[in-house]
Design a protein around this ligand. Sequence first.
Ligand code: SOE
Length: 387
Amino acid sequence: MSKEINIGIIGYKFMGKAHSSAFTQLPIYFGEDMKVNKKIICGRNEDKVKRAASQFGWEEYATDYRELIKRDDINVIDVTTPSNYHKQIVMEAIDAGKNVFCEKPLALNVQDAREMHEAAAKKGIKHQIGFNYRFVPAIRLAKQLIDEGRLGKVYHFRARYLQDWATSPDFPLTWRFDKKVCGSGSSGDLGAHVIDLAHFLVGDLKVVTGINETFIKQRPIIEGEGGLSAKAEKGAPLGEVLIDDATIFCGQFECGALASFEMTRYAAGNKNGMGFEINGDKGSVKFFFERMNELMYCDYTQDGLTQGFTRIQTTDYMHSYAKYYYPAGHVIGYADTFTCEMYEFIKAIKENDQAAPGFEAGVKAAQVIDAVDLSIANRAWVNVAEV
Ligand code: SOE
């Protein structure tokens, strides 16, 4: 698996930091052969990207992403920008024959996502989308139990993704509230993750219908894009919020199971409250990200006396990725999910393979997000396959 991996990354904020850390950790946890070269990091603000290059351990920095794409030595482009730049950068990187990792959501709508996936497949480059929660060992155990038939026929999938950082009207109009930049609010930013987990764990959704709300219609304007800890000046002018603050939708899978999803940025006290529960005729699983090293499992075939949810700690050698980390009981964290996803991506490139989740997972998530939007606009049920 010798192939030299030379990476150019675009973006140095939340995901830029998470990916930089993952690339650094790769050989430490997954072996010498997984060492990658962090060649160049790109960001529009020269002072900030220069500092990020030094702090995150990148050899060089640039302020124009095209510099990374035109370099022959760079064979991987990693896109961690706000969503409105994804398509433009990814398409140029594919055209230049680069392997591409793109953060979620893949694009602002399903049409753009399809174009990106088709271009990647046609060019034959390796591609992956940043659905990092697929790499949580407890979630991979849930998938193993379902695939082994231990839950039997699945009847219900219910998921929620609860955050609270937008609850105050003082929180400024950052890029996550700008429809031109992010395409959608909670439904895309948070929904993309739990929709992808529904696809990963249960299967395709057939029909959906939803409702959403923008609770705070105007927010104080700030300079620049701003992140999850942005602050506005006192008395700043107000700007319109044009995206959903919270979205709730339900639906039915192709397999017949029923689904419910709730995403909000107004669930006071929930910092990153992602979780799901799956019920089948032989058992159930429950997962909560705040306790990400644990899976709750109920074996419904057990006799009533001892029947109930057991709390499985997924840190032992038989659990996904646990053997690359520490002895049983020494839990892993959010940052490690990025290292695990990058392990699969880089390994696939070295082995000339295509890992999951590729861009096709981004297309499927975008299709459901757009179907929910359509259902809200038309106050109707929508067949996902028709979007
Ligand atoms: C904000 O909602 C956010 O940073 C998402 O954009 C990430 O995908 C999620 O992992 C954490 O919350």
